[in-house]
Design a protein around this ligand. Structure first.
Ligand SMILES: [Zn+2]
Length: 461
C-alpha cells in the first residue's frame, strides 16, 4: 500500500490520543492533539487541534492510542540479520569466533538484503532513527556500506551509517581471523571517503556518518587514535563497543595494562562526540569519567542477556548524568531485532539488581527516545514531540485485548506486550500502517532475506 509523503506545507492532524511528549518537563496529555506541517511538528497540546487550520491533508483519530516520539536505535549490526539463531549458548568471544568466518564471506548484495530485514524489524517496532555499526569489509565484497544506505533509503528510516573497522587479526593478538581484517591506512582512507560521500550534517538530515572501529580486541591502538583524530577533523561522531564482557576487561589488562575505559581515555576516545555500546563492566571511576566527559552509552539489554554478558549499571549512569540510549545490537545476538521490546527488557533487567524502582516506565521511554537522540547528537531535532522538531512519531494502539485494562498508557507500552503500531511517521511520511511497511512488500522481503541467508550459509572459502 502506498501512503504518499505529505507535500511541504500540508498539514496532518492527530487528535484524541494520549500523548507522551518526552519534552524536558515530561509533559503528557491524556487526550491531546499534534499538528504536523510537512516534515516538522507544528503544535502539540491538550484537547482537540485548533479550529480553522488551513491545508489539512489528513486527520487521524487517535482514540484508544498512545502517541510517542519515534524510538531511536543507538547500536546495531544490520548484516547479522542473515546469521540469526547460531551459536545460541556461547559467551561473546566464543560466539564471535564461531561467526567471524561466515561474516567474512558477506558481500554488498547480501548486506542489502540483511539491511532491509533489520530496518524493517526496527520500523515495525516503532523505531524512526537508527544507527548501524558495520565493520566487516571482505576483499572483493563490493560497496557494502552503500548497500546499507540504499536499503534504509528504500524503507524510509532516518539513519546514521557507522563506518566500522577491524585491523587487529589473530597474528597481532586480536580475535578475528587475519583474512577478516583490513589494512589500517586503507580503513582511514575509506572512512574519510564515506564521510565525504554521505554525511549530511544539516537539520533534518536523513543520513549521517560516524566512525566506528569495532572493539579493543579487534582494532589496533594506532587505528583507535587515528580514527579519533580523523572524526574530529571531519566533524563526525565516534562509536565503538566498550566494557561488554569480563573477558574483554581481562584482554585489555593483559594487552594494554589497563581496563577498557582507561584505554579509551588514552586513545582520545572519551568525549561528548563519543558513544559506546554496552558498558556493562564499569566501576565507579569509569562511570565518573563518562559523566565528566559526556561520553554516551548504547544500552543493549537483550543482547547482554543473550550472551550472558551481565547487567549494565544504567540507574547509576543516569544518576551520574551519563547520556544513555537503547540499542537492539546485531540480530545474531538479539534475534528479535525489535526496538520496541527493548523498552520492557531494559526496565525488567535493570530491576534484577533488586530495586523495583531502578528504572521507571517513563525513564525507559526517555532512554528509547530523547536518550537515543542525545547519544546520536540529534537532541535538537528528534526524540520528543515539540514544535519545530522533526515529525518522527509512533501511534500505538492500546485499546485492544492485550492493553485495554492497563491503567496508564505509558505502562501499557512499556510494561505490557508491544502494542500494535497503527502508524509510524518518519519526517512526516507514514512508513508503517497497521503494523505493515508502506514502502516494501514484507512477504517478498522475507523471501529475499531467507534466500540471502541460505546463500551465505552455503558459501565456502
Ligand atoms: Zn554490537
Amino acid at each position: 500500500m502506498a501512503v504518499q509523503p505529505p507535500a511541504a506545507g500540508r498539514r496532518t492532524v492527530i487528535e484524541n490520543a494520549a500523548i507522551a511528549t518526552v519534552d524536558a518537563a515530561g509533559t503528557e496529555y491524556p487526550r491531546g492533539h499534534v499538528v504536523l506541517l510537512g516534515d516538522t511538528v507544528e503544535s502539540v497540546g491538550d484537547g482537540p487541534a485548533p479550529t480553522g487550520l488551513a491545508d489539512v491533508a489528513r486527520r487521524i483519530d487517535g482514540e484508544g492510542h498512545l502517541l510517542t516520539p519515534g524510538l531511536v536505535n543507538t547500536h546495531h549490526h544490520f548484516y547479522q540479520w542473515l546469521t540469526r539463531g547460531l551459536a545460541q549458548d556461547d559467551i561473546l568471544f566464543d560466539w564471535l569466533v564461531a561467526l567471524y568466518p561466515t561474516w567474512a564471506r558477506i558481500d554488498a548484495d547480501l548486506v542489502h538484503a540483511a539491511a532491509l530485514g533489520s530496518a524493517a524489524a526496527l520500523l515495525t517496532s516503532g523505531c524512526t532513527t537508527a544507527s548501524d555499526h558495520h565493520y566487516v569489509f571482505p576483499r572483493g565484497g563490493g560497496d557494502v556500506l552503500g548497500a546499507t544506505v540504499e536499503a534504509v533509503r528504500e524503507l524510509g528510516l532516518r539513519f546514521t551509517a557507522l563506518r566500522g573497522s577491524m585491523d587487529r587479526g589473530r597474528k597481532d593478538g586480536g580475535l578475528p581471523p587475519d583474512h577478516a581484517v583490513e589494512d589500517t591506512d586503507d580503513i582511514l582512507a575509506a572512512s574519510e571517503a564515506a564521510v565525504d560521500r554521505w554525511h549530511d550534517p544539516s537539520f533534518g538530515s536523513m543520513l549521517r556518518v560516524a566512525l566506528a572501529p569495532c572493539s579493543p580486541f579487534s582494532v589496533s591502538t594506532e587505528l583507535m587514535s587515528r580514527t579519533a583524530e580523523l572524526a574530529r577533523r571531519k566533524g563526525v561522531r565516534l562509536h565503538t563497543h566498550g566494557s561488554e564482557t569480563a573477558e574483554e576487561e581481562e584482554f585489555c589488562r593483559q594487552l594494554f595494562g589497563m581496563g577498557p575505559t582507561d584505554y579509551f581515555e588514552s586513545t582520545g576516545w572519551l568525549g561528548p562526540d563519543v558513544w559506546m555500546a554496552h558498558c556493562v563492566h564499569m566501576n565507579d571511576s569509569d562511570l565518573a569519567k563518562f559523566a565528566e566527559t559526556g561520553t554516551g552509552v548504547a544500552h543493549c539489554p537483550s543482547s547482554n542477556a543473550r550472551l550472558g554478558a551481565g547487567i549494565a549499571r544504567v540507574p547509576d549512569m543516569l544518576a551520574a548524568g551519563v547520556p544513555v540510549g537503547l540499542g537492539v545490537d546485531g540480530a545474531a545476538s538479539n534475534e528479535s531485532g525489535q526496538l520496541g521490546t527493548e523498552l520492557r527488557n531494559a526496565l525488567l533487567i535493570n530491576r534484577l539488581h533488586g530495586r523495583p524502582d531502578a528504572l521507571t516506565a517513563r525513564q525507559v521511554l526517555r532512554l528509547g527516545t530523547m536518550g537515543g537522540a542525545t547519544v546520536l547528537g540529534r537532541a535538537d531535532e528528534i526524540g520528543s514531540i515539540e514544535p519545530g522538531k522533526l515529525a518522527d512519531l509512533a501511534l500505538w494502539r492500546i485499546d485492544g485485548l492485550l492493553h485495554s485494562t492497563v491503567a496508564d498508557p505509558v505502562a501499557a507500552l512499556v510494561l505490557g506486550a508491544l502494542p500494535p503500531l497503527t502508524a509510524l511517521f518518519v519526517n512526516g511520511r507514514q512508513v508503517v500502517d497497521h503494523d505493515r511497511l508502506t514502502t516494501a512488500d514484507e512477504t517478498a522481503l522475507a523471501r529475499t532475506c531467507a534466500r540471502a541467508a541460505r546463500t551465505l550459509a552455503a558459501r565456502r572459502d
